[in-house]
Design a protein around this ligand. Structure first.
Ligand SMILES: Cc1cc2nc3c(=O)[nH]c(=O)nc-3n(C[C@H](O)[C@H](O)[C@H](O)COP(=O)(O)OP(=O)(O)OC[C@H]3O[C@@H](n4cnc5c(N)ncnc54)[C@H](O)[C@@H]3O)c2cc1C
Length: 225
């Protein structure tokens, strides 16, 4: 069984409470209308853990998490063409009068926002640690590359010397950022890794853009959210 977490919407990402997808109760069913975006496993999921507004007047007490089987009539998806995270697909989800039993509600009706935040705390922490580890690995590969180049001809040595100095400055900055990531897990996941990738690619020169190199491939296929 493959599942997907369906929270983000075109106008509500970081601001989860801004979602608009609506689940209206009709007897023993929820009738769901709305859309989601950037959803991992959009095409492969057997069911969704959907966050929807179930009571627009109730503020943070007006959201619920609902299990939606992806073979439900009225559900459809569209995949996004993306530059990274090739280990899984990412797409948009559409709900047009999708009907599921109220019994599919996860936990308590009206506690969906709080339940979702509890899940996000773990997910953000994992993303921060894995992003930081990937960034450190890239810096190490870049350091080694810069040191190896200094064994070449004089001009290359000067370039490499400069590059190593740039790298050291950037590395110190990276370590500060790494500490920041560790101390503040709410820091947007991947920022440190993405900056590390960009700096690493620059220091590798054209080699940084070859798919066979760690710097390029880690920016795309190997990266994970
Ligand atoms: C590969 C991939 C897979 C994903 N998988 C899923 C998934 O399975 N399920 C799901 O629900 N979502 C998923 N997402 C969506 C992801 O959770 C959102 O992209 C994320 O929550 C940010 O939302 P946003 O893209 O709307 O950016 P925004 O919220 O618009 O943020 C844009 C930028 O502004 C910054 N920002 C936002 N608000 C503030 C503020 N108040 N103050 C200062 N800065 C701010 C952010 O840090 C960010 O840098 C995925 C995204 C990607 C890229």
């Amino acid at each position: 069984m493959v599942a997907a977490i369906a929270v983000t919407e075109p106008d509500a990402g970081s601001d989860v409470a801004g979602i608009k997808t609506r689940a209206v109760r009709d007897g023993d069913d929820w009738v769901i209308n709305g859309s989601k975006i950037y959803i991992t496993n959009a095409s492969t999921a057997d069911w969704l853990c959907l966050l929807a507004v179930t009571d627009p007047e109730a503020g943070y007490g007006g959201f619920s998490q609902i299990v939606v089987p992806t073979d439900s009539p009225g559900f459809s998806y569209q995949l996004l063409d993306k530059i990274g995270n090739w280990g899984s697909d990412t797409g948009l989800l559409f709900f047009e009068d999708v009907r599921v039993p109220v019994a599919n509600t996860i936990g308590e009706i009206g506690r969906g926002f709080q339940q979702q935040m509890m899940q996000f705390q773990d997910e953000r922490l994992i993303a921060c640690v894995s992003s930081n580890a990937a960034s450190e690995m890239l810096w190490e590969a870049t350091r080694k590359y810069c040191e190896d180049r200094s064994g070449l001809q004089e001009a290359a040595q000067q370039d490499a010397g400069h590059a190593v100095q740039v790298h050291r400055d950037a590395d110190a900055d990276h370590r500060r950022r790494g500490a920041h990531l560790r101390l503040h897990p709410q820091t947007p996941a991947g920022r440190g890794r993405d900056q590390g990738n960009l700096d690493g690619e620059a220091l590798h020169g054209p080699h940084g853009h070859a798919w066979s190199r760690t710097t390029a491939s880690s920016s795309t296929a190997a990266s994970a959210t």
